[in-house]
Design a protein around this ligand. Structure first.
Ligand SMILES: C[S@@+](CC[C@H](N)C(=O)[O-])C[C@H]1O[C@@H](n2cnc3c(N)ncnc32)[C@H](O)[C@@H]1O
Length: 327
């Protein structure tokens, strides 16, 4: 069993993550201390790749080590923890009974809930930890037991969240099973399966994922001499939003019309914005989930319209094609 000193470490780390504002150094030190501690208990070390990704009909469930590494994406972890704490607080404040939480894709550390549990008493919240990867789920169970947090956990479930039949009411569902541009991992399929099985009042985290198209000017070079800085951006439009109210992926399709005035080199990029809960938002370059994806390099203003759509398959991704050119 872990000592109270180590539990103090968890409490101190999460307090820093929640209250440090935009202090990246504080966030980094806090997630590193949590990672070292969770690694020492579970043996899941992202530098020792023992486990493999699991390929599901709805996308890829990343390995236990890959999922462990997510903890170190400090801004992602901080903003999710802040948003989830606010969501749990809002439910605890407005409910007499116990709040039930389903964490779908918990990974080996159940990173987005384990550090928050001590803020509540076990009679106030009850968590289902679910993952399709037995290495991750077993590690999460070991961690919870070693930290003596078992009273908070209702069940550990080994299942595919994209097909799982929900058998009890949940107040909050958490799932972070995505990459930038909703590529590769099954976030959309999991939301489509779980949300309709829950009540209208259930909070789904993240609340909203939005994909936007941007033009970003490239630098203009003459050999090794920069003639004109790049970077200036131009918002072309929203492609689609994934949320409780918008789960039909056949509607994740949009034709974008390009302005015809530019004659400089531009990149056509997609940005991913994640509204975790309330005001807690992850935007451009906040973490790997928000890196811009480059779709086209446009040198001249000849391209007129581009169509984008979400290809929901075992390798989900946003696809695109140029529809027409200026003649
Ligand atoms: C990106 S990792 C995130 C880990 C952790 N939730 C975090 O935020 O740090 C995604 C986790 O979800 C699990 N996962 C992905 N697809 C799943 C599915 N369809 N059903 C259940 N678990 C899934 C993976 O096995 C992995 O543990």
């Amino acid at each position: 069993m872990v000592s109270t000193t180590n539990m103090t470490l968890v409490r101190a780390a999460v307090e820093r993550l929640i209250h440090c504002g935009d202090d990246f150094q504080e966030m980094k030190l806090a997630v590193e201390s949590l990672y070292e501690f969770f690694k020492s208990i579970t043996g899941i070390d992202f530098t020792k790749w023992n486990d493999a990704d699991i390929h599901l009909p709805s996308g890829k469930a990343i390995s236990a080590e890959g999922a462990a590494h997510c903890l170190l994406e400090f801004r992602r972890t901080a903003i999710f923890l802040r948003g989830i704490k606010q969501a749990v607080d809002s439910k605890v404040d407005s409910n007499e009974g116990q709040i039930k939480i389903l964490y779908a894709g918990c990974g080996p550390y159940a990173t987005l809930i384990t550090p928050l549990l001590h803020y509540y008493s076990a009679d106030k919240i009850s968590v289902t930890l679910l993952d399709v990867n037995s290495v991750s789920l077993n590690a999460a169970e070991k961690l919870i037991n070693e930290l003596r947090l078992g009273d908070y956990i209702e069940q550990f479930v080994l299942a595919d969240a994209a097909t799982y039949k929900v058998d009890r009411p949940y107040d909050i569902v958490i799932s972070e099973t995505m990459q930038a541009g909703l590529k590769n991992e099954p976030q959309v399929a999991i939301a489509q399966n779980l949300i309709p099985q829950c009540s209208v009042d259930t909070i789904f985290i993240p609340e909203r994922i939005t994909i936007d198209a941007y033009l970003r000017k490239r630098g203009i070079w003459d050999g090794d001499r920069l003639l004109e800085e790049g970077g200036e951006t131009n918002h072309l439009g929203e492609l689609f939003t994934v949320s409780k109210a918008n789960l039909d992926s056949s509607s994740y399709r949009k034709v974008i019309t390009l302005p015809q005035t530019f004659n400089k080199p531009y990149d056509l990029l997609l940005y991913t914005t994640i509204k975790v809960f309330g005001n807690e938002v992850l935007g451009l370059n906040d973490c790997s989930l928000n890196l811009p994806l480059k779709y086209f390099e446009l040198r001249e203003g000849y391209t007129k319209t581009v169509e984008f759509w979400y290809n929901q398959s075992n390798k989900p991704k946003i696809e695109s094609k140029i529809l027409d050119y200026i003649s």
